[in-house]
Design a protein around this ligand. Structure first.
Ligand SMILES: [Zn+2]
Length: 619
């Protein structure tokens, strides 16, 4: 067995009785999963304690803070010392100076009803997801120290992670101890450790190389997984990698791992050189490309969000991420490219053409009054880490608003440069600013310019050679509704919008635009109104009203409310009892509502140059 030098170092550090000269300070973790107790895992953390007293914390993910500090049990330190919980996510420990070992257990919460989120940890007899901020505490003040990770796992399991190998590939899992196999990994710092979830278990794996960089596709199947066409599945992924690298020219990673999980819903979570994604084998059996659009979205975030990084993002923190004002770009342009790159790769999409896609997006935009009332920056700032109802009786999608802003900017750029440049050039420019070439082969990227609205605006202006400040003032910093015809007109196109009663499967759709959420703060069921012009908004109901009952019968959960709503018929009268400062009863008559349909058409006087621009933008 040949070890890489780092692992030799880890082993040297592993014998506190015989301390050896330390080349580099290191925090060493051991994560152990015992196949006879899959209720959680144990963590052992070792480092040289120089101050006697130190603090450990559980990091908060900037988007999905699952607050796994709630599930930490039995924190203990050796040689013996004291453990004090300072805050929900922070522990203070004291122990004699020198090598110290901290042990704790993460006891997994019971599974939620329905499908799992692909980024949440789980354990089953055939594998699970471990690691990241759900598992590892980090040393406050030691965030920059390199990290070594030992995994002790059931014998039949494999490992997929974006962490660097600390063993040679062929030696991973060869060491054995008490019916467990041992794997070794490393990370340059605590942030990289948190950013690298670890998929473990009986895995299927494929590899390919694009632009000289190795990529790995891993699938964790449920025991009863449906068979699917894995060649088409992997070639779909490779096609989007190919298109993304063709756009940017270089990758901000040394290697990349796609981690697909059966039994999780089709969302994903991006990381700097890996992604977790839900993809059920039944869906893949029906269509091997069923997960490729979500994969394209999360993969694109490697550039647009993680390398081209909003100014507000921290590397690692246990406190909740403060609001981020440029998510309209990080999410919206990622939506834009998830659609565009699949079309460039020739993979069929739900919207059969790019025109149909834009028609659907504009229809959704016109249907929702939030976009004419809240700026892109305001909607960005409430995209994560807030309770529903943060915008009162409105709610908008930063993804949708940002995708349309990006599309209009693309039209402006193409028009100003006579078709020579496009949004592609803006993305390349921002990536080059954000990730200047690093002199070190370990260059991590994302160390350059951070983005905000002004940085994005300047990048657009330097690509188009035009003034987009009025556009950014109107739609990014303020809340003017987008005049789509103005920008489509640059390409010789226009919209035709018709409003008609909403129908579903040939039947008039009922206005059931009221939702409920169960507030963790006070265990109440609260309403969400997303349009004050809905029947529920017009009846005087507001977001965050505490729901007491419907027609005088108590309603306690969102599932109960949904079931009752679904049972109403057109013309029914509903009495809604809510509690605010005072009790209030609204009377709602269930009615239909109107929805816009958008068609994009060519203007009769469109010039040849305009038609060429439109074709280049894939219309
Ligand atoms: Zn996203």
């Amino acid at each position: 067995m040949v070890m890489k030098p780092l692992f030799a170092l880890m082993l040297a550090l592993g014998t506190p009785e015989h301390p050896r000269p330390v080349v580099k300070e290191l925090v060493q973790y051991t994560l152990r999963v015992d196949s006879t107790d899959l209720s959680g895992w144990t963590i052992e953390l070792r480092f040289q304690n120089k101050s006697g007293t130190f603090r450990l914390a559980m990091a908060a993910h900037p988007e999905y803070d699952d607050r796994y500090w709630r599930y930490v049990r039995d924190v203990a330190v050796e040689p013996s010392g004291t453990v004090t919980r300072l805050d929900s996510a922070v522990w203070q420990l004291s122990a004699p100076q020198g090598w110290v070992t901290v042990r704790y257990r993460v006891a997994l919460p019971p599974p939620e009803p329905g499908l799992r989120a692909s980024w949440r940890p789980f354990l089953t007899a055939t594998g699970g997801l471990v690691g990241g901020p759900h598992a590892f505490m980090y040393l406050l003040g030691g965030e920059q120290m390199p990290v070594a990770v030992i995994l002790e796992l059931p014998r039949s399991w494999d490992v997929a992670t974006g962490l660097r190998d600390a063993f040679r590939d062929t030696d991973q899992g060869r060491l054995q101890r008490a019916n467990q196999r041992i794997w070794g990994y490393a990370a340059v710092d605590a942030a990289s450790l948190m950013d690298s979830p670890i998929l473990v278990g009986r895995l299927r794996q494929w590899r390919f190389v694009e632009a000289g960089v190795p990529h790995r596709v891993v699938y964790w199947p449920l025991p009863n997984a449906a068979p699917f066409d894995t060649t088409r599945f992997v070639s779909g992924i490779q096609a989007i990698v190919h298109q993304t690298l063709a756009l940017f020219g270089t990758a901000p990673y040394r290697d990349y791992t796609f981690m697909f999980e059966d039994g999780a819903y089709g969302g994903g979570l991006e990381h700097r050189n890996s992604v977790t994604l839900g993809a059920s084998s039944t869906d893949l059996a029906r269509d091997p490309n069923s997960g490729v659009q979500e994969a394209a979205h999360e993969f694109f975030h490697t550039w647009n969000l993680l390398a081209i990084k909003p100014i507000e993002y921290r590397d690692i923190d246990y406190r909740t991420q403060p609001p981020v004002s440029s998510l309209w770009f990080s999410e919206g342009l990622t939506m834009y490219y998830a659609d565009l790159l699949l079309r460039r790769a020739g993979i069929p999409l739900r919207d059969s053409t790019r025109t149909a896609h834009l028609e659907r997006l504009i229809g959704s935009y016109l249907f929702n009054p939030a976009y004419a009332r809240f700026s892109a920056e305001s909607i960005s700032q409430v995209a994560y880490n807030v309770q529903p109802g943060e915008l009162g009786d409105y709610s908008g999608s930063t993804h949708l608003q940002g995708e349309l802003i990006g599309t209009m900017l693309d039209f402006i750029i193409r028009n100003s440069t006579k078709g020579l440049r496009s949004m592609d050039d803006v993305m390349r420019l921002l990536f080059n600013q954000a990730s200047p070439r690093s002199p070190s082969p370990e260059g991590r990227g994302g160390q350059g310019v951070r983005t905000n609205g002004r940085v994005i605006e300047q990048a657009v202006e330097s690509v188009c050679g035009c003034d987009v400040t009025p556009f950014f003032d109107a739609h990014v910093r303020h809340a003017a509704a987008i005049d789509f015809d103005r920008y489509l007109g640059l390409m010789g196109m226009t919209t035709r919008v018709t409003w008609a009663p909403a129908a579903y499967n040939g039947e008039t759709e009922r206005d059931l635009r009221v939702w409920g959420f169960e507030s963790e703060r006070d265990s109440t069921l609260r309403l969400v109104i997303n349009n004050p012009a809905s029947a529920w908004g017009r009846a005087g109901l507001h977001s965050r009203d505490r729901l007491v009952g419907l027609n005088c019968a108590p309603v306690r959960t969102w599932a109960e409310l949904r079931a009752k709503l679904q049972a109403f018929r057109l013309g029914d009268t509903v009495h809604v009892q809510v509690q605010r400062a005072a009790r209030f009863e609204a009377t709602v008559v269930v009615a239909g509502f109107e929805r816009p349909t958008v068609r994009i058409e060519r203007l009769p006087n469109a010039t040849v140059a305009q038609r060429r621009l439109a074709e280049a933008a894939i219309f």
